[in-house]
Design a protein around this ligand. Structure first.
Ligand code: NI
Length: 156
């Protein structure tokens, strides 16, 4: 495993669209594990592949880590897709490992259902709410080249 370099504000890769993962090979598995390690190392709760310079639809996240005193519960999502969104919205202050020391409020859906493929190639679903739902919306936005400050700008 290796810690990867996080692409920062101003890097044009952050505004590019990531491509679907067609085959879950060793390279994809290694990348996903590296992403998790990179996220933990930088005290993040989520990371998208484009943030480490790879335009693939892969997201990792762990919201238990900040809530439950360092207990790790890392998730790896290949080709995640939001398939349903609640009408109810919540406003939460967000940050991003690509924008160090920048925080702002973003309005997002309170609940989302996300469909994805796991590392074994199985289709899975997550019903997320609150911080987990916010995190997933933030990370899946990254896969479409959208950063949280774009959301802030459109909501002002
Ligand atoms: Ni981010």
């Amino acid at each position: 495993m290796a810690i990867r370099e996080i692409r920062k504000d101003g890097d044009e890769i952050l505004s590019k669209k990531c491509r679907e993962v067609e085959v879950i090979d060793d390279k994809v598995k290694e990348l996903a594990q590296d992403m998790l390690e990179t996220m933990y190392k930088n005290d993040g709760i989520g990371l998208a592949a484009c943030q480490v310079g790879i335009l693939k639809r892969i997201v990792v996240y762990d919201v238990a880590y900040i809530q439950e005193d360092g207990k790790r519960e890392g998730h790896i999502l290949i080709n995640p897709k939001i398939i349903s969104r609640s009408k109810s919205m919540i406003e939460v202050e967000e940050g991003c490992l690509s924008f160090p020391d920048v925080y702002d409020n973003v309005i997002r859906h309170e609940k989302v259902t996300v469909e994805y493929t796991d590392l074994d190639g199985k289709k899975r679903k997550i019903n997320a709410k609150d911080i987990e739902a916010v995190c997933l919306q933030h990370e899946i936005d990254h896969l479409d080249g959208i950063v949280f400050l774009d959301r802030v700008a459109e909501q002002k």
